[in-house]
Design a protein around this ligand. Structure first.
Ligand SMILES: [Zn+2]
Length: 204
């Protein structure tokens, strides 16, 4: 699925849920949701984050980048700061470097729990707690959306490698897949346009 589709699903789910549950909607919360909805594909060299923000052309540069990042963060931290939090980030960077798309940590429940805990810790420490739920929604909606694709996701990784998918799936890149993705993006645009007064009046 494209980054646009994932972003659309994540943001739409957050806005819909914020209408029914008491949830503070802030610009930061929407950004957190947007980032989280793209985050699971961070281990894919051609994903939105890696292609547009970091200039990756292939798997090797992606792997090298994240492993080097992990080592650099670990070394700087052990020389200057000594925060456990940074060591966890360093560890994650190495994991992302080693993990292959759709076969590793980011598309699993384990990855979800790790990323949400890491984000949650930072959110409590730097007081942007209102972003935790939107972040979790963005991430979990990405995993759910990928379960509707023919490849599925390794939901139980690293305990089980078997890919998990819904009883009915669509093939990414097929005409049906493209049509469904197009419809999702279109309905998100229509929904957001329709709810703009609500979104603006609730945005803090
Ligand atoms: Zn994905």
């Amino acid at each position: 699925m494209t980054g646009k589709t994932h972003a659309g699903i994540g943001v739409m789910a957050t806005i819909i849920l914020s209408e029914y549950f008491k949830m503070t909607l802030t610009t930061g919360a929407l950004v957190a949701c947007l980032v989280a909805s793209l985050l699971p594909d961070i281990d894919h060299p051609k994903s939105f984050i890696n292609q547009y923000i970091l200039p990756f052309k292939n798997k090797l540069t992606k792997t090298t980048f994240y492993i080097t990042l992990g080592i650099v963060v670990y070394l700087i931290n052990s020389f200057y700061f000594n925060y456990t939090y940074f060591n966890i980030i360093a560890f994650f960077a190495v994991l992302i470097g080693l993990s292959t798309h759709r076969n590793g940590i980011t598309h699993s429940l384990f990855g979800f729990i790790c990323f949400v805990s890491l984000f949650g810790y930072a959110a409590y420490k730097y007081k942007f707690q209102e972003c935790i739920i939107p972040f979790s929604i963005g991430y979990i909606m990405h995993l759910m959306a990928d379960m509707f694709t023919n490849k599925g996701i390794p939901l139980m990784y690293p305990f089980r490698k078997k890919s998990v998918k819904m009883p009915f799936t669509i093939k990414v890149g097929s005409w049906l897949g493209n049509m469904v993705e197009g419809l999702i993006i279109l309905s998100m645009l229509i929904y957001v346009a329709w709810r703009i007064p609500f979104i603006i009046s609730n945005l803090k």
